[in-house]
Ligand binder design. Structure first.
Ligand code: 5GP
Length: 189
């Protein structure tokens, strides 16, 4: 019998280190696939089209919504972000485990369509640590940092709705915590 893959949703406030953590995880486990989201936010210098995101205009994004192209989408900090549905279904149908790295509201919405999804919340050791990380990225304006911190306060209130909470105090430890969760919950590893 063919086994379906399992969907893992890695979420938490902006700046908590979800992206770095996921990159390390996929490098260690190339058998895991990771979603490339669509966004309308401005491209940063480190962004690569089709690798970090697919960059679209608001009109293009809205067309994808109308065509039911997203598993979930949200407006975060004034920009649209969404997970294309097709790669998720294709991977799961082939028995591949699939990872989404998305913000908190979208993550909880995933559960409506994939009740079996494993939701992992990555929490900062403190707000101060989160602020420092956002500042050190150098990619955000002071206004954007302030609004991301304000959003983080709301996002942290939702952490108990998740299956697992991992504190990203030390990156290597957090990666191995998430790895252990995936090994425990996965159909394949
Ligand atoms: P950033 O602008 O820093 O790349 O991303 C901002 C936030 O949007 C991050 O928390 C990131 O995880 C989240 N995000 C990225 N892609 C998606 C998506 O497809 N859906 C949702 N709901 N959030 C996303």
């Amino acid at each position: 019998m063919n086994k379906k893959g399992r969907l893992f949703v890695i979420s938490g406030p902006s700046g908590v280190g979800k992206g770095t953590l996921c990159k390390k995880l996929v490098k260690k486990h190339p058998e895991l696939s990771i979603s490339v989201s669509v966004t309308t936010r401005d491209k940063r210098s480190e962004d690569i089209e089709g690798v970090t995101y697919f960059f679209k205009t608001v009109d293009q994004f809205k067309r994808m919504i109308d065509e039911n192209g997203f598993l979930e989408w949200t407006i975060y900090n004034g920009n649209y972000y969404g997970t294309p549905i097709k790669p998720v279904n294709d991977a799961l149908d082939c028995g591949k485990d699939f990872i989404l790295e998305i913000e908190v509201v979208g993550a909880l919405n995933v559960r409506k369509f994939f009740p079996d999804a494993v939701l992992i919340f990555i929490a900062p050791p403190s707000f101060e640590a989160l602020r420092k990380r956002l500042e050190s990225r150098g990619s955000e304006t002071p206004e954007s940092i302030a609004s991301r911190i304000a959003l983080a306060e709301e996002e942290l209130k939702l952490k108990d709705k998740y299956d697992y909470i991992v504190i990203n105090d030390n990156l290597e430890t957090a990666v191995s915590d998430v790895e252990n969760i995936i090994i425990k919950e996965s159909n394949l590893l």
